[in-house]
Design a protein around this ligand. Structure first.
Ligand code: MEV
Length: 311
């Protein structure tokens, strides 16, 4: 039997700028040390984890298969450490790892091409989206998305009138405490809800721009290691995200509990449940505070490695 070909990709943690980035505003994200692996082996029919590729839970993988135009069927297997619906980029990681494995089989492993394809797939499956999750899963490490090109440009991605320039963005060594609400939330409807608000209200549109300013200030604060300022900006970002309708009472509970031992805390990813992130130098205390109010805490670190072929 032929040996499987495999690729892996990391999950992600958005520090500043979720939702606003869909409108072309800046956002700051880091890959995290929770990864998804996809194995591919020639087989008589297409299967994923022994099941049909048509199962809706494999729609990202199916889209990756369709786009990669493989001639012969494969048996794919997914192993993931990233909880789904938790705002930590599980769909992006599986999409990127699947594209990576399929590209390896074709001898065409090219990260910028994988990032572009993965964004198209996310757009197709999720609806309106930005490339932040898929590009971070591809590039690894810290990633800054901006509408204009600056130093350390990785690649640019365009869609209708929007243009995202993805940059490598080194961040200081930080430990983040994630608090998972246990409530899975689909990203597509949350993104669509924010668009409705922005289309209907100039105030919502100006909140989106304000999140863009917070992101750039937050980046400066983190790079100066000014955690007090970074934490305050996270709190402000959380207030705006809440007003844009992507909060949840359980997120409020976790954020409030975590703030007692943190510089700041906010939801991360699409919201509506999912997870929050706290910036803290007392990770154990913050994790316990999250646990005490019913959340599931875990500690994550930046993963510098993006999509990679596995030996
Ligand atoms: C989801 O992880 C991040 C959002 O900004 C959606 C997107 O950028 O596609 C909410």
């Amino acid at each position: 039997m032929a040996a499987p070909v495999a690729a892996s990709a990391p999950g992600k943690l958005i520090l500043f700028g979720e939702h606003a980035v869909v409108f072309g505003e800046p956002a700051l994200c880091t890959a995290i040390d929770l990864r998804t692996e996809v194995f591919a082996r020639p087989h008589a029919e297409w299967l994923v984890d022994g099941a049909s590729l048509d199962d809706p839970k494999y729609r990202y993988v199916k889209a990756a298969v369709r786009r990669s135009r493989m001639e012969n069927p494969l048996w794919l297997e997914i192993r993931s450490m990233i909880p789904t619906g938790a705002g930590l980029g599980s769909s992006a990681a599986v999409t990127v790892a699947a594209l990576g494995a399929l590209a390896s089989l074709r001898g065409a492993f090219d990260p910028p091409a994988i990032a572009r394809e993965a964004f198209e797939i996310e757009h197709e499956v999720q609806g309106r989206a930005s490339p932040i999750d898929t590009s971070t899963a591809t590039a690894g490490g810290g990633v800054l998305v901006r509408p204009d090109e600056g130093d350390d440009l990785l690649w640019t991605i365009t869609r209708d009138t929007r243009r995202w320039c993805l940059h490598r963005c080194p961040l200081p060594e930080l430990t983040f405490v994630i608090g998972y609400t246990g409530i899975g939330a689909a990203t597509g409807p949350l993104v669509a809800g924010v668009k409705e608000r922005v289309d209907a209200s100039p105030k919502a549109a100006s909140m989106v721009r304000e999140i863009g300013h917070i992101t750039m200030d937050g980046l400066v604060a983190l790079q100066r290691n000014d955690l007090v300022a970074a934490g305050r900006l996270m709190d402000q970002d959380q207030g705006l995200l809440d007003e844009l309708g992507v909060g949840h009472p359980m997120l409020d509970r976790l954020v409030t509990a975590a703030r007692k031992s943190s510089y700041g805390a906010k939801l991360t990813g699409a919201g509506g449940g999912g997870s929050m992130v706290a910036l803290t130098d007392e990770p154990e205390r913050t994790a316990q505070a999250i646990r005490d109010v019913g959340g599931r805490p875990f500690l994550v670190h930046t993963d510098p490695v993006g999509v990679r072929r596995m030996p």
